[in-house]
Design a protein around this ligand. Structure first.
Ligand code: PLP
Length: 245
C-alpha cells in the first residue's frame, strides 16, 4: 500500500516540442499565429473532413464563438446535457442565452433523445450536443439531426473530448452539427496547454468565426503560435493522423 497520488493523466512534451518552439522563435511571427498555425488548421480540417478549421484560445471560447456565429442570441434557449464540463453551459450564458439542462442516458452519458424532444419550447434555438469522451447518444446522431430539422433548431457539437472519434456512419464527431468544437487543454487527446478549434463546412459561419475571434480583423490571429508548434510536433498527434489513413 502506498500513499503515492496517481494522477489521471499527464500531458507529455518532449525534446521534439522544445526544439520546435525554438525553431519557431527564429521564424518570425511575433509569437502569435503564423504559418504553422495555418498548417495546424489544415491538418485538423483534413483529418476531420471539414471544409474549414479555425483555431482559438480554448474550447470554451470556441463554443461561445460557435454559438454566436451560428446565430444564437441573448434570451434564446439552448439544450445542453446535464453531464458535461461547466464550460458548455457557460459558453452560451456568457452572452445571455439560456442553457436548458437535459438529462443524459446512464449508459452513454450523452443527452437523452426523448428528454431533449420534451425540453423544446418556443424559445429553443439550438441543441448543443456533447460527445462524452467520444460517445454519442443511443438514438444516433441522425435522430438529433432530424429533431433539429423538424423544429428548425441549430445543432452545435461540443466535441471537446472527442478528437479522433467517429460516428458509425464514418463522420468525425463534430461534423454533424453546423459547427463542431474541440479543446486542446491538458487532459485532452492532444494538448497544446490551452487551445481550441472549430470545424465547419459553412462558408458564412467560417467567415464570421474568423472575424469574431480577431476583432473583425482579417490578418493576425489569437492562438499562441507556441501552442500550435507544440501540437504539430507532438508525437501524440501523429498516431491520430496515421489512424485516419
Ligand atoms: C465537454 C467540454 N466542453 C468544453 C470544454 C472546455 O474546453 P477548454 O478547457 O479548452 O476551455 C471542456 C474541457 O474540459 C470539455 O470537456
Amino acid at each position: 500500500m502506498t500513499d503515492e497520488f496517481i494522477i489521471q493523466m499527464r500531458p507529455w512534451f518532449g525534446e521534439e516540442e522544445k526544439r520546435a518552439i525554438c525553431e519557431y522563435m527564429d521564424e518570425g511571427g511575433f509569437i502569435t499565429e503564423f504559418k504553422r498555425t495555418e498548417r495546424f488548421e489544415q491538418m485538423i480540417a483534413e483529418y476531420t473532413g471539414a471544409k474549414y478549421c479555425i483555431v482559438v484560445n480554448n474550447g470554451t471560447v470556441s463554443l461561445t464563438l460557435a454559438a454566436m456565429a451560428s446565430g444564437i442570441q441573448a434570451g434564446d434557449e439552448v439544450l445542453i446535457p446535464n453531464f458535461t464540463m461547466i464550460a458548455t453551459p457557460n459558453s452560451v450564458k456568457m452572452f445571455g442565452a439560456v442553457p436548458v439542462f437535459v438529462d443524459v442516458e446512464p449508459d452513454t452519458l450523452c443527452m437523452d433523445f426523448e428528454l431533449a424532444r420534451k425540453a423544446i419550447t418556443r424559445k429553443t434555438k439550438a441543441i448543443m450536443l456533447v460527445a462524452a469522451n467520444g460517445r454519442y447518444p443511443k438514438a444516433g446522431i441522425a435522430a438529433f439531426e432530424a429533431l433539429a430539422a423538424e423544429y428548425g433548431l441549430l445543432l452545435v457539437e461540443d466535441a471537446a473530448q472527442s478528437l479522433g472519434s467517429r460516428y458509425p456512419d464514418g463522420r468525425h464527431i463534430g461534423r454533424a452539427g453546423i459547427v463542431g468544437s474541440f479543446s486542446f487543454s491538458a487532459p485532452k487527446i492532444i494538448s497544446t496547454g490551452q487551445g481550441g478549434a472549430l470545424i465547419t463546412d459553412d462558408d458564412g459561419i467560417a467567415f464570421k468565426l474568423r472575424r469574431l475571434k480577431d476583432f473583425g480583423r482579417t490578418g493576425a490571429e489569437t492562438i499562441s503560435m507556441i501552442r500550435s508548434v507544440i501540437t504539430l510536433s507532438s508525437p501524440s498527434f501523429k498516431p491520430v493522423l496515421v489512424s485516419s489513413r
